[in-house]
Design a protein around this ligand. Structure first.
Ligand code: ATP
Ligand code: MG
Length: 400
């Protein structure tokens, strides 16, 4: 029987909440691989993968937050010949990858099993060497380990550990709304929020006809990518019709403040949608000191427009670090396609870098933001995305 051993990292530290985290991880695995059986015991999740191709299982677990590492394995009985043939199978996979050195590591939890750990390791090692003469044993620094665990239910054999993405299971931290531009930073910020257990959905502000179909397509592609990391949930992307609000701001406020007030307008709209639909927190790709809108003063002025907690996972990242992650998760190629951003279209030549909130509030007085926000929300389209596919598009509505 094919069995994957999933080891979690941080969940192990969760004390009384551990069970809750474990169940969430099991559920996220089953969501993505319907039909598999899962069981948590002794600090590991065992996944019976049935007929699933191992490559699919591997790809899925590599993207499942909460997993520190995992090993592909097989569960057999207590017959030594059976154990041997499973050990040879495990070795064959590693040999086919060009690995040259190995060791066998046996643990015997089931003391009724008559052969001792060291003896079993030695026996299996010898047989493996016979079958694959190109291999040699290296007990200190082997290229692969044949793990053998003699348990009460049977004998488990598994090969080297494959890395999971770490973090904690998506969903345990509640729902978060990511301000998703088409840029490099915000998808990475979304990825790190998923990693901290937030069930992240996206909101994008588009200003047609100043921004085109291609820009939207890009954001949808980024959302599709993020939906591959959310434990098999539905990812909602709210595409807000921002043109009127943006034009109004552009016309009504001095150019040096337009960038900040435009961002404040985004914050207000995101807050409205978050409150209506139960998102606990907003997330942005902001960083400190990267661009004009990201001085501490301006970030404060922007955030002052919302009463929600705003997470900025990239504070502390250099751009180069962000780009590294973007490449690794696959968002970089999408983010660097050319497109028009609603903000670059209207970007002021000399934005204030140290806006004072007093001046901003005075400038905003007389603009009817409530109406602008409501109109923008009415013009919002909701894309439902699951496992990388758009499965529905509808007008925004609040569930009864
Ligand atoms: P990014 O690379 O994510 O676009 P940036 O370095 O361009 O970020 P800004 O332009 O200051 O920085 O944007 C800061 C954050 O504001 C973005 O990371 C994103 O969270 C949000 N944001 C900006 N423009 C939009 C938009 N059109 N729709 C949704 N969110 C946006
Ligand atoms: Mg940007």
């Amino acid at each position: 029987m094919k069995l994957v051993i999933v080891r979690y990292g941080e969940i192990g530290l969760k004390g009384r909440n551990k069970k809750y985290f474990e169940l969430a991880l099991e559920r996220n695995i089953r969501n993505q691989l319907p039909g598999v059986k899962t069981r948590t015991t002794g600090g590991r999740v065992y996944v019976e993968t049935g007929e699933y191709p191992l490559e699919d299982v591997k790809k899925t677990l590599e993207r499942t937050f909460g997993i520190q590492n995992f090993s592909m394995g097989t569960m057999v009985g207590f017959d030594v010949e059976e154990i041997l043939s499973a050990a040879l199978e495990v070795s064959e996979v590693e040999v086919s990858k060009g690995r040259k050195s190995f060791k066998v590591e046996t643990k015997r939890a089931n003391k009724k099993f008559p052969v001792r750990s060291l003896e079993l390791s030695a026996f299996l090692g010898e047989k493996i060497l016979e079958k694959f003469p190109e291999l040699h044993v290296d007990v200190h620094n082997p290229e692969f380990v044949v793990g053998v665990e003699v348990r009460n239910r049977g004998t488990l054999l598994f090969s080297s550990k494959l890395a999971g993405p770490g973090g904690i299971p998506v969903g345990v931290s509640g729902k978060g709304l990511l301000l998703l531009s088409g840029g490099i930073d915000s998808p990475v910020a979304g990825w790190y929020s998923l990693k901290r257990g937030l069930d992240v959905h996206g909101i994008h502000f588009a200003s047609p006809p100043y921004t085109g179909e291609k820009a939207l397509e890009k954001v949808i592609d980024l959302a599709r990518l993020l939906s591959m990391y959310n434990g098999g949930r539905e990812f909602k992307l709210y595409n807000v019709g921002f043109t009127k609000a943006q034009l109004t701001v552009h016309r009504r406020v001095p150019e040096k403040f337009s960038l900040i007030i435009q961002r404040r307008t985004m914050m207000r709209i995101a807050t409205e949608i978050a409150d209506k639909l139960g998102y606990k927190v907003l997330i942005t790709g902001e960083n400190v000191g990267q661009v004009a809108s990201q001085t501490i003063e301006n970030m404060y002025a922007i955030t002052e427009a919302t009463n929600k907690l705003v997470l900025r996972p990239l504070t502390g990242f250099d751009k180069i670090e962000t780009i590294d992650v973007a490449r690794r998760i696959g968002s970089f190629e999408i983010s660097t396609r050319p497109y028009e951003d609603c903000c670059t279209v209207f970007v002021p030549k000399e934005p204030a870098t140290k806006a004072r909130i007093k001046d901003i509030l005075r400038t905003e007085s007389g603009i009817d933001f409530d109406t602008l926000v409501n109109e923008a929300v009415q013009l919002t389209k909701v894309y439902t995305i699951k496992h990388g596919q758009v499965i529905g598009v509808e007008a925004f509505k609040v569930a009864e």
